[in-house]
Design a protein around this ligand. Structure first.
Ligand code: FE
Length: 224
């Protein structure tokens, strides 16, 4: 079961900010409930893991993939996304908690963008769903800033030496969505097909669009 879904903020409301080895009240309750239901044979923890993984890798990130595909297909929408990502994304119906203030960062031939939350695990829920375990791990949070190129290599993404990597540190106030580069040879594809090329990791920046060798659920051992 996931442990980090309470609305902790590192900006203003510090009362609910937990540290890595402690459960918040809500997490402790969820854990207790899960244990009780499991012991009574009412639920199967493996089934819960499957549901959580579905929201992490399939349901949630489809929203973001739609945003990216529309940005690739519609120059006006891409401009809007650059100017006011919150409004452009809301126009597609993706709003809500942890998505109130969004910024879209566009990968280019010269620059690759990578998103992290160094303090905890702030994540754009409205477009990406639930954060993966590695995103919340101390190793990723510290190393993404210190050695982004090394971290990306562990995800199987080796960028050319000349490509600059910009690391964006999320906060309770501002969440980032990476708009990957549109893959070559996709000119004839419609939005739905294009969205199929956009993985969750590509929108965090630990992968690129259309890169099938990177599993959406995969995480390098060193970061797990
Ligand atoms: Fe955070």
């Amino acid at each position: 079961m996931h442990e980090d879904h309470d609305d902790h903020n590192h900006g203003h409301d510090h009362h609910d900010h937990h540290h890595d080895n402690h459960y918040s009240d809500m997490q402790a309750r969820v854990k207790a409930l899960e244990t009780l239901l499991t012991e009574k044979g009412l639920i199967d923890p493996a089934a819960i893991d499957v549901i959580v993984e579905t929201y992490e890798t399939k349901v949630g990130p489809r929203n973001g993939a739609h945003v990216v595909a529309k940005a690739w297909s519609d120059a006006d929408f891409a401009d809007w996304l650059r100017r006011d990502a919150t409004a452009a994304i809301a126009s597609l119906g993706y709003t809500g908690r942890q998505g109130e203030h969004m910024r879209a960062v566009f990968n280019t031939a010269k620059t690759h963008n990578l998103v992290v939350c160094t303090l905890c695990s702030c994540y754009p829920w409205s477009v990406l769903g639930l954060p993966p375990v590695w995103y919340k791990a101390p190793a990723y949070r510290s190393r993404a800033v210190i050695d982004p190129r090394g971290v990306l290599a562990e995800f199987g993404l080796v960028l050319p030496e000349g490509k600059k990597i910009r690391v964006w540190d999320s906060t309770a106030e501002l969440r980032y969505l990476v708009i990957p580069e549109r893959p070559a040879g996709t000119e004839g594809m419609d939005e739905e097909a294009l969205a199929g090329l956009v993985s969750r990791d590509a929108m965090i920046g630990t992968s690129i669009a259309g890169s099938s060798k990177i599993s959406a659920a995969g995480s390098p051992e060193a970061l797990a």
